[in-house]
Design a protein around this ligand. Sequence first.
Ligand code: ADP
Ligand code: ZN
Length: 710
Amino acid sequence: MWYNDSMVYVDVYIEYNALQLNQTFTYRCQYPVSCGCRVKVPFSSRTLIGYVQSIHSSCDLESVKDVLEVLDTKPILNKELMNLADWMSTYYVSSKMSCLKTMVPPALKPSHKYAKIVTLDWLETTGLAPKTKRQEAFLAANTFPILASELRKQSVSMTRSLLEQKVLKIVKKEKDVAMPFSYASKTMPTLTQEQAQAIQTIQSSQDSIFLLHGVTGSGKTEVFLRLAQDVLQQGKQVLFLVPEIGLTPMMIERVTSRFQERIAIYHSQLNAQEKYNQYCLVRDHKVNIVVGTRSSVFMPFSDLGLILMDEEHDTSYKQDNKPQYHTRDIVLKRSQTHHCKVIFASATPSLDSYAHAIKKKYHLVELKQRVATSMPQISLIDMKSEQTNFGLSQSLISAMQACFTRKEQVILLLNRRGYLPVMRCMDCNATLTCPDCGLALAYHKKDHQLVCHCCGRVFPYQEECPNCHGHNFYQSSMGTEKLEEGLKSLFPQQKIIRMDADTTRKKNAHQKLLKEFEESGDLLLGTQMVAKGLDFSRVNLVGILNADAAFTRMDFSSNEIGYDLLEQASGRSGRFQSGQVLIQTFDPDQFLLQCVVHHSYSQFFRREMQFRHLGFYPPYAYLCTIIYMNKDLQTVMQVAQEAKEFLGDMKVLGPVLISMRQAKQRVRLVVKSKSKAELNQRIWALAKHHQALHTKVYQDINMYPMTLED
Ligand code: ADP
Ligand code: ZN
């Protein structure tokens, strides 16, 4: 360790779970240190690790302890990222430590057990002459630096004596992990007129935030690639964000086959060492392109020229644990610092972004036509008048059969989103809804009651439909696994591939399954995973089962998510020839289903915004959910009730009892406000108040949730 001539004082954020809010501790440091480095410090009777927030030359505290060790020679987080952490902490009402931990790859998190950076011993010559002719010959036969393990293979004793004589020295280097992706370059297609126009608009505009609203198959990715090319030529960096790991292989393939540059890839299935390596590639300016999911928005870019956020409406862009950030917010923040353009793209933009575009806060750019063909023909199958087999209607089965005969492929979506035990009327398709919230009531089997998951009101179970007075309420249920079995017996000759949470757990599983389907599969069956982003040329039929669950209003955002899902799933069909989509429903007249059939995003938008307006939901209101958790129900209810009182005149729904987690009772409040600033201020006050109470009740604040579902 090198010593400093002068002593400095550092303010450190310590990783210590009891510290829930923002506070630094000051230490004296006699080693070279910069802001953003990790240090080991004594804290009460323990040794802990923290991040240096600021450095100063004097300190008026009486007694300060010494930093024991500086762990990093280069800062892990640069100034921009340290500032970003400050902003995130304030904006999301989260501790600074939770933000810092979210931003860095796991290997750089403070706690010891994660520090898994693998280093290798390399040997270098020191300039000292060897003593014997044999040693000289041994040295001459090798090129240095060399991996110590390689040299030892030739002679352990010779290597040891050269090290003892200080002719060679050991240098530790981090292990570099090569990512196994390389693709042949493909020729660039000629742009369609719409694509060329979109690119021209974006490049020549003074605006910096764009919403690219392009129907499925309109060639948004090609627009990205051209814009990126321009930025790369200026020597700047480009970030391609995709919502889910499942979509990374395709984006990586497209990006690598276009740009023969090294790209960094960052997503949840990389191990700690791989993540760390990718992080360093960006930090050390060795790559200009990053393709990745949510967390790649925190890469240590130095000169970002463009951010592309594909499928911007996707809910996986919001992290669901502390600090519950939304990637879109972070993108906007970083683009301000780097003065770069941002493209949010989707065939089904979030209501929020589209509302911004209408208000001209984002520059709206549209692609209304598909590149190669027209939009697929969507038909609704009325399940009330169909014979079914394993939940599949005869119409769908025949259409599938016809596809297989033509050697075409089929995708089947089994929608499980919004699949909660809702009582639905078989005759008129009505669901029971809460008169206060307008949301469907969930059936709680245990106590045979109906509960509103938004405000918590409880209603007695009823057997009669209030709409048609029939007695045919039902609960449907089916899983992908069961469906797969059924399909195998219906289509024994066909190769069926199932993609859901169970079959994609292993590393690179998505990639393997998709490749298998592309090369030799007939039928791809799965959950929402199969609905997004996939671009296969032989898929001309998409079948959607259980479509009605998509439009069951369990939550303020249910219909938005449902619409996205159906529109995106339909978008997988007939991308290169005329395609077909069959949707099974008990309610073909449903307005939102009709919007899907007619590919009418704007009608959907208008209808849904009306509901949001009437119900005072986003984007008309800002929401915050607060969940209290404890073993004891009475305690947790009481704390929640007191919190509600603390919030005084604010609009607060609840407390409502929601599902248990880790054998603990959970109770939720929903806070609504017209003013973002006021909401933030009041929730901060509540957070501090709660901390001061020192109760054992855990409080989890989620600012601006996209859903209330738990
Ligand atoms: P989107 O993301 O809008 O759904 P994609 O970017 O996936 O659409 O494009 C759909 C398909 O069309 C892709 O296979 C892509 O390679 C192809 N494509 C895009 N632009 C062109 C073009 N100008 N000429 C020919 N093919 C194109
Ligand atoms: Zn209610």
